[in-house]
Ligand binder design. Structure first.
Ligand SMILES: [Zn+2]
Length: 175
């Protein structure tokens, strides 16, 4: 198990486009995926992108589950996305608060409006392509992580910022 330090928003590494993966069988790719999963789980995150652990590669992972910050009605299995592309956005949009492992010093949460549903095409760790239709939290997480691969941190899209304390108070009142 390797939990990596999470690169914070001020670091230029988070603000450049990541490189397309060409060799799916490389040790760097498999190690990056393992490190992303371990670090995502340790950090109470439901998604994490390679540049957040200092790897400029088009890779992210998601796992919609109960964490310190989320208690989703629908959980979703661990997924690995390599070279992802969103192929369709819904015209219907929805706003919601997003946290980020790279916005933790101190932790803040950003309200962002995004398309409600998306379709994504990507490759799995084995190099096989797949397509996935996402809605709800999964759609939001996929869009957030693809932004990371394009050098965008969610705070750049924020409509409102709240503190961790305010966020936790808000979600506790909703439950
Ligand atoms: Zn993030």
């Amino acid at each position: 198990m390797t939990v990596m330090p999470i690169i914070q928003n001020s670091n230029p590494l988070l603000h450049k486009t990541s490189q397309v993966v060409s060799d799916f069988s490389s040790a760097e790719v498999s190690q990056t995926i393992v490190d992303l999963i371990d670090t995502m789980r340790e950090a109470n995150l439901i998604g994490m992108a390679a540049p957040q652990i200092g790897k400029s590669l088009q890779i992210f992972v998601t796992e919609i589950r109960k964490t310190k910050y989320r208690n989703p009605q629908e959980i979703d299995m661990l997924r690995v996305f390599v070279n992802p592309q969103i192929t369709n956005f819904s015209t219907e949009v929805i706003s919601g608060f997003e946290g980020c492992g790279s916005l933790r010093e101190p932790a803040i949460f950003a309200k962002i409006t995004r398309p409600k549903k998306i379709s994504v095409k990507a490759y799995g760790q084995d190099g096989q392509s797949f397509t996935l239709d996402g809605e709800g939290l999964l759609s939001r997480v996929i869009q957030h992580e693809i932004d990371h691969l394009q050098g965008i941190v969610c705070i750049e899209k924020q409509e409102e910022i709240i503190t961790e304390e305010e966020y936790l108070k808000m979600i506790n009142q909703q439950q």
